[in-house]
Design a protein around this ligand. Sequence first.
Ligand code: PLP
Length: 393
Amino acid sequence: MKIKVNENFSNIADSYLFSDINKKIKAYKEKNPNADVIRLGIGDVTLPLSSVVIDALTKASLEMGNKDTFRGYPPEYGYDFLKEAILNYYKRFDVNLSMDSIFASDGAKSDLGNIVDILGDNDVYIPNPVYPVYLDSNIMSGRRVHFINGSKENNFLPMPNVNYKTGVYYLCSPNNPCGAVYNYEQLKEWVKFAKFTGSLIIFDSAYEAFIKDRNLPHSIYEIEGAKECAIEICSFSKQAGFTGLRCGYTIVPEELMCGDYSINKLWKRRQATKFNGVSYPVQRAAEAALSDTGIKECQKNIEYYMENAHALSKLFDEKGIYYTGGKSSPYIWFKCPNNMDSWSFFEFLLKEANVVGTPGVGFGTQGEGYFRITSFGTHEKTKEAIERLRKIL
Ligand code: PLP
């Protein structure tokens, strides 16, 4: 062919992290067929959907099979019933949203990747380490990317810096992979900085439902002025176990203006052109997840995962190993012992304890020497893994 392709794709690093991990486990098991390998690298939920969600999903699916209740294309921005449920959910954090600022999506990943469509040629600032979608989607569209570094010094919560200029800033809290959560003061500083420099914050709150500490913000809109400088992207994936159902939402406040341009209008235009909405049964299921009973049931699953997280954190406390996360997040991010690099520690853990996690360097160069484990396994497997880790750490 003689057409031109988007050559920016050649600038994205190939994503081999999880396939490399799987290859290493496979090779190890071939050599040690009796090894009982425990996976603490799981980034997906493992508990089934709650009964409230399943009931709503079933009822809505049956409606689709009846002439009187059948529904065709959903509204591009989401049904009002779901938007109202989201609006009411935010009232729990004393945040008042307008219906027009809420956009239902098929998950946070799509909107995090698509948001670049409405933004021009800006400098883009991305945490290092972090969930890789922000970086890859910006490189695909040829943006100038700078890193804002996480480290032990800032507890993996990068803060504004005099060297940072006007641009688009991605923040993830609770953070994947580090599990760290920004507090009110830190987010206030970010909002102040964004307003002072005329920057936009893209705030990924996919794990907000894991926050238990009342002193930590669930939404950037809990900070005064944030509606003038931030887009928030959230998901039902981890809150309600929707990784297989697919539903999320994006908040683009009407207050977000860039000169004469309304960012809200640009996003509406983008979605109306390129997105045809989330299926009716899935939106009903998401609505049910945000009902009082739905929230209670979903929180039970989160509590199950958090029991694992707390048990794992206790081990690192006991061993005096530096870590972040595990308190308001399903992730625990720790310093590899004896200054091992991330992959050497992966090998060591697999060989000595038959336990698998994720090398921190896979989330950015600043993750070298660190390691991520997750709390999405069963209590039994996690307990067993902790006993094995206790012996080798
Ligand atoms: N944001 C973060 C920080 C994530 O870790 C993930 C998934 O792991 C997502 C977004 C994607 O969420 P969704 O399943 O809604 O696409």
